[in-house]
Design a protein around this ligand. Structure first.
Ligand code: SAH
Length: 462
């Protein structure tokens, strides 16, 4: 191996050109052949950079000055954008964000999956890509006797106060502000991580976009809330639309937000929201898609790709609280959903009853074990839906799909690289990737969701 010299040193200021964007949204370029990552810089830009970290084969620079700005650069509307880190793409205009996400999918499919010729549609974006989240989870701290709440400063657990988050529904901001103010005025303490003392750890606010129903969850280090009635009264007076105030008790020294015990302090135990024409009950701890507007577009695409006529047996692997299963059930003969988290399956069953949907069966377990067992019992899917976590599908499950030979597979993915890997395996097993629809579920962040239509490659199998 030849000895390479590194052309930059720490704290050196250099001028360079940015040539690409990483999947984390950082600008990247080469300075005399040496790779430097520069957060907040964009492809095509000439920038002045201060080198802040140098490793053997790459380094990091801090953007000091933009000499030549990209036409796609946007002024981030959020005043705390750089400190917070929750969004990574606010400095890129929205149209370009959507194009970058499409490109990321294309790059992954060809590089990892060897799928150059698959049709990839332009990313489906939002008409108004702000204020889209229906759930806020805010850590609470104390400063000069008052409560603060916001986000952790990068790389630490120091809480920075925040009044508004521009990707959060206004109502959730309002709830968090109200709890901070009222609890402060009543002298209720916030939890301190180091000493394990103090009461309020997190405030979680949820809103049903269609129904307007609001839930407030107070996560506390202990059961007893001093001045509980005044606190509840104060929140109800300050914020309209509240249907549920819930306490969750977490007395552990842990980063995990929720504890085991939940009790309703006021109103209902759940709030409701609709996606399409399906109603969902949302409890303090249950998982629910955080961008309901885009979720509906995503599921409509999944429904279209499933090509249901009412005669099909569908298996929904990784079904969560059964959202996709229920969305498809009215168009299928029978739907089977499987999910590893027991509470999610219990929510899924409740949601089926709530909507009077009877042609769904939910099971708790690992998809890779339950589906082969179903297959052995003679349950065979015409259409298979898979919506795995970021690490992608289990290989055993892919093998089962290849054996079972469903006519169509609909793959919903939140990670283009594991998607590409799994599509390759399905292609090698006799399936063909027909088209890919990226959907922007999380505007201004680097995340990208895809729905993929996959069919049995009939002609090749004959
Ligand atoms: N389809 C659902 C949730 C998808 S998230 C929705 O749209 O809301 C992925 C889900 O897979 C999570 O709920 C997770 O608990 C579940 N999961 C992870 N590993 C699993 C496995 N091996 N078998 C079944 N489910 C699994």
């Amino acid at each position: 191996m030849g000895k390479t010299t590194i052309p930059v040193g720490k704290n050196q200021t250099i001028e360079m050109e940015i040539t690409g964007l990483t999947h984390e949204g950082q600008g990247v370029g080469r300075y005399q052949g040496f790779t430097l990552f520069v957060p907040h810089a964009l492809p095509g830009e000439k920038v002045e950079v201060k080198v802040v970290k140098v490793k053997k084969t790459y380094g990091y620079g801090r953007l000091m000055e933009i000499k030549d700005a990209s036409p796609y650069r946007a002024e981030p509307p959020c005043p705390i954008y750089k400190k917070c880190g929750g969004c990574q793409l606010q400095h890129i205009n929205y149209e370009e964000q959507l194009r970058q996400k499409e490109q990321l999918v294309r790059d992954n499919l060809s590089r990892i999956g060897g799928l150059e010729h698959v049709r990839i549609h332009p990313t489906i974006g939002m008409e108004n890509p702000w204020r889209y989240r229906n759930k806020a989870q805010v850590p609470i701290g104390e400063e000069k006797g008052g409560l603060i709440g916001g986000f952790y400063a990068a790389g630490s657990h120091q809480i920075i106060d925040m009044e508004a988050c521009l990707i959060q529904h206004e109502k959730n901001d309002e709830v968090v502000q109200a709890v901070k103010e009222i609890a402060s005025s009543l002298g209720i303490s916030a939890y301190h991580e180091e000493t394990h003392q103090g009461l309020i750890r997190h405030v979680v606010a949820k809103i049903g976009f269609r129904t307007g129903e609001v839930m407030v969850v107070l996560i506390t280090n202990g059961e007893e809330i001093p001045q509980k009635d005044s606190l509840i009264e104060g929140i109800l007076q300050k914020v309209d639309g509240i249907r549920s105030i819930v306490q969750n008790i977490n007395t552990k020294r842990t980063n995990v937000i929720f504890g085991e015990k939940t009790k309703t302090l006021w109103g209902e135990e759940v709030i409701y929201d609709d996606i399409g024409n399906i109603k969902f009950a949302i409890s303090a701890r249950s998982f629910f898609q955080v961008n309901p507007v885009q979720t509906e577009k995503l599921y409509n695409k999944a429904l279209e790709y499933a090509g249901l006529t009412g005669k099909e047996t569908v298996i929904d692997a990784y079904c969560g609280i059964g959202t996709i299963s229920l969305f498809l059930a009215r168009h299928a003969k029978q739907v089977y959903g499987v999910e590893i988290v027991p509470e999610a399956i219990s929510d899924a069953k409740k949601n089926a009853r709530l909507n009077r949907i009877e042609n769904v069966t939910f099971a708790v377990g690992e998809a890779e074990k339950v589906i082969p067992w179903w297959y052995a019992q003679g349950i065979k899917a015409d259409v298979m839906v898979i919506d795995p976590p970021r690490k992608g599908c289990n290989e055993e499950l892919l093998k089962t799909i290849i054996d079972m030979k469903p006519k169509r597979v609909v793959y919903v993915s939140c990670n283009p690289s594991t998607l590409a890997r799994d599509l390759r395996i399905l292609e090698d097993g006799g399936f063909k990737t027909i088209e890919v629809q990226p959907v922007d579920m999380f505007p201004h962040t680097v995340h990208v969701e895809c729905v993929v239509q996959i069919k049995r490659a009939e002609s090749r199998m004959k």
